[in-house]
Design a protein around this ligand. Structure first.
Ligand code: PMP
Length: 414
């Protein structure tokens, strides 16, 4: 069996007749722990604190239906046709208004509309990563970004974070030791606001310091910001892209502020990169969905979208508060992050418990979570759990946390 045949498998299952044929880069394409969980967690009796699904039912359907009807009435043939590989010009202008809320000024020329920001992650990775290149990322980091990095055979190097986000001093040290080892670092992937999964937000001072470090070391910053507008009290510090335009690719999405079913996200690229990004977009999908883009454009033009985002904030704030008070009640001896926005709480277990090993027991107790190991490329995270409060109702959250406490306390008694 050749080395290629060994490394190019996707599932480890050699009953697959194509097992020996897959490209080597597919070795990293194993079903993520999150994905494998969805099947189990979707049973109605299980309270799932695992997935990151937005609570789309908080979006009044008639707002969307009105936009959809207007698009079909006024722009039907355009909506049903191929469009620009860069995205609908009117929507790109409106995206500038959305980003202005986070302090970003840019040109619609540098906005590329993608099929969700997940797709933008793939395009940027495709543009920059050769096998063996290093991507710096927070430890922990967003699981499906790491699936993309792996699929281009990048090495992910996790830089530690604390309650104020990525630690600049650690970033300096990691860059120095990677360089000393002769590695090529291509970009820093960061989620500065209401981090997925850690739930923390990067402080303003650290944003400036990290941009400085990236500049000194000629490292591109990939700023992934799906949750920034979903704050609970006040807005987070302004975007990294608001300070630095040449060294930052900013990724945004309508998935959390509107609905993921549209599959519309975007990249705001440095001018030098935009052309290649558009070509990569065209190569992958010809053009983003005209239909989805026009419906969103119409929605942004006619609906009170800022008011709607405010409604989402209220829904998620209540769910977060419910989760934290349930944790205080049932697991007072543990520690967890207190997110000021977004969807996630990061829980730390007593040192000898293993979140991955404990999961089957949790599912037996009818509660699901995502083990911390899903968010590390290097096997870390055994002592952590990501809890999502975005989708379950407050009542389910209370039940879910109570069940989780039964599992954890049961493990401690063993
Ligand atoms: N980045 C992060 C950090 C996310 O949490 C998600 C969705 N869970 C995405 C990107 C992808 O979002 P979408 O493709 O729906 O825009």
């Amino acid at each position: 069996m050749s080395e290629k045949a060994n490394t190019g498998r996707t599932t480890g299952n050699n009953l697959d007749p194509w097992y020996h044929h897959y490209a080597q880069r597919t070795a990293g394409l194993s079903a993520s722990e999150v994905r494998a969980l969805f099947a189990v967690a979707s049973r109605p009796e299980v309270v799932s604190l695992a997935g990151g699904m937005p609570f789309v039912s908080a979006l009044p359907q008639d707002l969307v239906t009105d936009s959809l009807n207007r698009v079909m009435r006024d722009l039907g043939p355009t909506a049903l046709q191929y469009g620009s590989g860069q995205g609908v010009p009117a929507l790109r202008e409106q995206i500038l208004e959305v980003m202005a809320l986070e302090g970003i000024q840019g040109s619609a020329d540098d906005v590329i509309v993608t099929t969700g920001s997940q797709h933008a992650l793939e395009l940027v990775t495709k543009l920059f990563i050769d096998p063996g290149d290093v991507v710096l990322a927070e430890g922990p980091s967003y699981v499906t970004a790491m699936v993309v990095f792996n699929s281009f055979q990048a090495e992910v190097d996790h830089v530690p974070m604390d309650e104020w986000g990525l630690i600049p001093e650690a970033l300096r040290e990691h860059i120095a030791s990677l360089k000393a080892a002769g590695k090529t670092i291509k970009f820093l992937y960061t989620i500065p606001n209401f981090h997925n999964p850690a739930g923390v937000t990067l402080s303003w001072e650290r944003r400036l310091e990290i941009l400085e470090i990236a500049k000194q070391n000629d490292i591109l910053v990939l700023e992934d910001n799906p949750y920034g507008l979903l704050y609970f009290d006040g807005p987070p510090p302004q975007a990294l892209r608001s300070v630095e335009s040449d060294g930052v690719v900013y990724l945004g999405t309508f998935s959390k502020t509107l609905a993921p079913g549209f599959r519309v996200g975007w990249a705001l690229a440095p001018h030098a990169i935009r052309e290649k990004l558009i070509l990569a977009n065209e190569a992958a999908i010809l053009c983003p969905s005209s239909f989805s883009q026009l419906v969103i454009s119409e929605y942004l033009k006619n609906a009170d979208w800022k008011g709607q985002i405010n409604t989402f904030r209220g829904v998620y704030r209540e769910r977060k508060e419910t989760m934290l008070s349930a944790l205080s009640e049932h697991l007072p001896e543990l520690s967890w992050t207190n997110p000021t926005g977004g969807f996630y709480v990061w829980l730390t277990l007593p040192a000898h418990l293993d979140s991955k090993a404990m999961l089957p027991r949790a599912v037996t107790e009818l509660v699901a979570y995502t083990p911390g190991t899903a968010f590390y490329a290097d096997g870390g995270g055994r002592q952590n759990i990501r809890l999502s409060f975005c989708y379950p109702t407050p009542e389910s959250i209370r039940v879910g946390v109570r069940r989780l406490a039964t599992v954890i306390n049961g493990e401690l008694d063993l």
